[in-house]
Design a protein around this ligand. Structure first.
Ligand code: 13P
Length: 299
């Protein structure tokens, strides 16, 4: 069932687990996430990056929305990392449940005004808004400790930022990176505690770069209020690995078995993540289908 992002995240936080938001590119990715969610009775988010949105356009959004509607477990559809007002408007018009207004590449004051403007827009559609301060890197290799810390979310600024912008969710940078962790991941949990205190108990906390994070870090983050993890790299790697395997490359290889095998490979990774996030067997806690919530205009 198509569900509200707010309901998914608030329920997860209340019951101390987290929702996996999985980046998808096409039908195979959507099938992998939805079938994983159904297999372990977990809620989930289908997440589209702006470059995938550019590639797939309305058909990709419709695919996600329709897959969510016909799923037997709660699913919402989210726009990831959008730096463009145009893409955000497109996503909202198309009926996506939530957006990330990403002004983290901008100087602080510009990030604040972009985020505030996008939040006002998204709230008119009843959509949930995620934003970021601090800057999540592709990799931290070659950075000094001081440089790493400078990119992390400043707790005092975080409090000021969420009050000024009225966002619903905040993606924190506490040592998490996108892509592979080239060295042992280190998350600054003291910083996360201070962020939690300054942004207030209603703020939904998000951690990007969940690929490669060990179980203990995932569960500590959840204990400290993180209720959404973004996952891309590990699922994408499972897909690409299958594309290089015999089932896709043997002389008589055919497309459908190759795609089915890719779905199975991605599904396995997604299930593992759902179990790590504690969202397996939690679908029953999210009872309200999105259609019923429309009266409250909450996406
Ligand atoms: P990973 O690719 O590291 O899993 O991160 C995904 C992400 O944070 C997308 O916003």
């Amino acid at each position: 069932m198509l569900s509200s992002t707010r309901e998914l995240l608030e329920t997860a936080r209340r019951h101390i687990y987290a929702i996996g938001a999985f980046n998808i590119y096409n039908l195979e990715g959507v099938r992998a996430v939805v079938s994983a969610a159904e297999a372990v009775q977990s809620p989930a988010m289908l997440q589209i990056h702006p470059s995938s949105l550019k590639y797939g356009g309305s058909p990709l959004v419709s695919l996600c929305l329709e897959a969510a509607r016909s799923a037997t477990v709660p699913i919402s559809v989210h726009l990831d990392h959008s730096t463009s007002a145009e893409a955000i408007r497109f996503a909202l018009e198309a009926g996506m449940n939530s957006i990330m207004a990403d002004g983290s590449h901008l100087p602080y004051a510009e990030n604040l005004s972009f985020t505030r403007e996008m939040t006002q827009l998204a709230h008119r559609y009843g959509a949930v808004v995620e934003a970021e301060i601090g800057r999540i890197s592709g990799t931290e290799d070659g950075l000094s400790v001081a440089e790493k810390e400078a990119k992390m979310t400043d707790p005092v600024q975080a409090g000021e930022f969420v009050r000024a912008t009225q966002v619903d969710a905040l993606a924190v940078t506490i040592g998490n990176v996108h892509g592979e962790y080239r060295s042992e991941p280190r998350l600054d949990f003291d910083r996360l505690i201070r962020i939690g205190e300054t942004v207030g108990k209603d703020m939904l906390l998000v951690l990007h770069g969940a690929s490669g994070l060990p179980a203990a870090m995932i569960s500590r983050s959840i204990q400290l209020g993180v209720c959404k993890f973004n996952v891309n790299t590990e699922v994408r790697q499972a897909y690409m690995h299958t594309l290089q395997s015999d089932i896709c490359n043997a002389r008589k290889a055919d497309l459908l078995p190759c795609m089915e095998q890719s779905i199975a490979a991605m599904q396995q990774v997604v299930i593992e993540k759902m179990q790590l996030f504690g969202s397996g067997n939690k679908a029953h806690l999210h009872q309200t289908p999105y259609a019923q919530m429309l009266t409250n205009t909450v996406r």
